[in-house]
Design a protein around this ligand. Structure first.
Ligand SMILES: [Zn+2]
Length: 563
């Protein structure tokens, strides 16, 4: 009883305080009215109006109450019933690669080997003899037959130019004979650790290089100039803002790219928020450990506090490390691309210094081993010895999980950073690679949520298209873009629209220690908003894919508007 009275008195006091603040309300810089606002704030899930002052939200509520914030110089924007969500965050993408895809030979959507060779041929015709031809985006799983291209295919159309073309997933590439020659890759070249040089039945390289074997050729390609690299960054940033992303979490960078990022922010060329990871182990991780995190630089636009480890290959090229052999190639179970004993000391140091770790793990063996390594590090460096007691380490992709490993994410406080679009691309070939049984723990969003784990969502662009509506659709429909769903797709693993929205907003913020500033629309938080052409919480599934971002607001600034 006493408790109840206390609660009531408290509520009255709160109401009085808010009435006072309302009367003393400072006029907003911008008032958004007549919106269909999904706030992702449990205490006030839906609203009509948003007030913004400077870079932050000062009001969320009804059109009528919003009038209190209307001053002489307030800009009023009539949303005309349009849907507003907290600014979308892509929790995992590669911003330089996104720009490069726009600038280079883009092989996405090639439906046959012939089509692929025709596109490459066009580029060869425009390129001087001897100059490198590079490109990305092909994927043979949809070709008939679904076979890797060979160097012989490329030699026919490009006898004079070295050619190196990366598969969409970035985990494999095809090189022609001229490129292999420059890299001195022959029948006698051994597989490097964490990679494979595919060879034909006579022992000759086919031109296909998997994971770390790609470096043999890649390291011989003249690197892009800093100017080209900066242009790729800026092209990528522009594209992201137009798609409605307010923040991207860049899943790995080396020191030269970090310098380019820093200069671009200093010159005020980037409006997008970037949460940047440094690749490790290696130079970039070493420097991050030494100088420590950069948090909320350039007015909350740039944070760097994470080491990104790539721990295995990908499923398509059979590089993902599995506990049992591939169902369609019994002589391999994939491979790890880092040695666990080399990660242990880095992980412990990261905990001591308050550095987050995120690790790419696709296969069930990679996932189990990385959870083991995280757990060992957490035990070796107890909370009291850490700079941040709850370190929010992440597993990127967490794609194929053994049933007994699913509950370990919640138990260890490890975040699963997943890409809904990977499921709807991969599920066409995953049954062949894994067999029907193992699919039970593949892209297991719902099981992870039920176990109490936090999932943040991203696109892994340029591996996938990198569009928020594709990710949202994939998460809620778990059907191909054409609406198909086949045996082994586990429709029960689809998530609700509320869950999907949270994965792209609040959970993404949590995965970056940013939930006090971002992830919901509520007073006090940064005014990051994505305005959409349709109500994605209600429309039919296929309509989601037709929905477009029509306005992007970052820190109270309208950085993109379709009108
Ligand atoms: Zn990635």
């Amino acid at each position: 009883m006493a408790k109840e009275i206390c609660a009531r008195v408290f509520a009255i006091v709160l109401a009085l305080i808010s009435a006072v603040t309302l009367r003393a309300a400072e006029p907003a810089d911008i008032l958004f009215l007549n919106g269909n606002v999904y706030t992702v704030n449990q205490r006030q899930p839906h609203a009509e109006a948003i007030g913004v002052k400077g870079e932050r939200v000062t009001f969320v509520g009804s059109n009528a109450d919003a009038q209190q914030f209307r001053g002489d110089s307030t800009r009023v924007i009539d949303l005309a019933g349009k849907t507003v969500v907290p600014g979308f965050t892509d929790s995992h993408c590669h911003i330089f690669g996104i720009g490069e895809r726009e600038m280079n030979l883009n092989l996405e959507g090639t439906t046959t080997l012939k089509d692929f060779l025709a596109k490459v041929g066009e580029r060869v015709a425009q390129t001087e003899h001897g100059k490198w031809i590079t490109g990305r985006g092909w994927i043979e799983t949809f070709w008939k037959p679904p076979q890797f291209p060979t160097r012989a295919d490329l030699d026919k159309i490009a006898p004079e130019n070295p050619v190196f073309l990366t598969r969409a997933d970035g985990h494999a590439a095809i090189a022609n004979s001229a490129a292999l020659k420059i890299a001195a890759v022959t029948r006698d070249t051994p597989d490097p650790f964490g990679g494979k040089i595919l060879k034909d039945k006579h022992g000759e390289p086919t031109g296909m290089l998997l994971d770390k074997a790609q470096d043999l050729v890649d390291s011989k390609i003249p690197p892009p100039s800093d100017t080209d690299r900066e242009q790729a960054l800026l092209v990528g940033v522009k594209r992201e803002i137009e798609l409605g992303w307010c923040e991207i979490q860049n899943a790995g960078s080396e020191l030269p790219d970090q310098a380019i990022l820093g200069r671009a922010f200093e010159a005020n060329k980037i409006k997008l928020r970037i949460y940047n990871a440094a690749y490790g182990p290696g130079e970039a991780a070493r420097q991050l450990l030494d100088i420590g995190p950069t948090v909320n630089a350039f007015a909350h636009h740039f944070t760097q506090r994470t080491i990104k480890v790539v721990f295995d290959g990908a499923l398509g090229s059979r590089g993902a490390a599995l506990l049992a052999p591939y169902s369609d190639k019994r002589d391999t179970s994939g491979y790890l691309t880092q040695k666990p004993e080399e990660l242990r000391p880095m992980f412990e140091e990261a905990l001591r210094r308050g550095i987050q770790v995120e690790t790419h793990a696709i296969g069930d063996r990679a996932n189990r081993t990385i959870l083991d390594l995280y757990e060992q590090a957490f035990n070796a460096v107890p909370a009291a010895a850490r700079k941040i007691a709850a370190p929010r380490w992440r597993v990127e992709h967490a794609q194929i999980l053994s049933a007994e490993d699913i509950p370990r994410f919640a138990k260890l406080g490890v975040i699963a950073s997943m890409q809904p679009s990977h499921a709807i691309s991969d599920l066409f070939f995953a049954p062949a690679r894994l067999g029907i049984q193992r699919l039970a723990g593949a892209y297991a969003w719902k099981s992870l949520i039920k176990s109490g784990a936090t999932i943040c969502a991203g696109s892994d662009a340029p591996v996938e298209r990198g569009e928020p509506m594709i990710e949202f659709y994939a998460a809620v429909a778990r059907k191909s873009i054409k609406g198909e769903q086949r045996e082994g797709w586990h429709p029960e693993q689809a998530v609700t629209r509320d869950e999907a929205l949270k994965m792209l907003t609040l959970n993404a913020a949590y995965a970056a220690f940013e939930e006090n500033d971002k992830g919901t629309i509520e007073p006090g938080k940064l005014a990051d908003l994505t305005v959409l052409s349709a109500d994605i919480m209600k429309i039919a599934e296929p309509e989601i894919l037709k929905t477009r971002s029509i306005m992007t607001v970052i820190g109270g600034e309208i950085v993109f508007s379709r009108e």
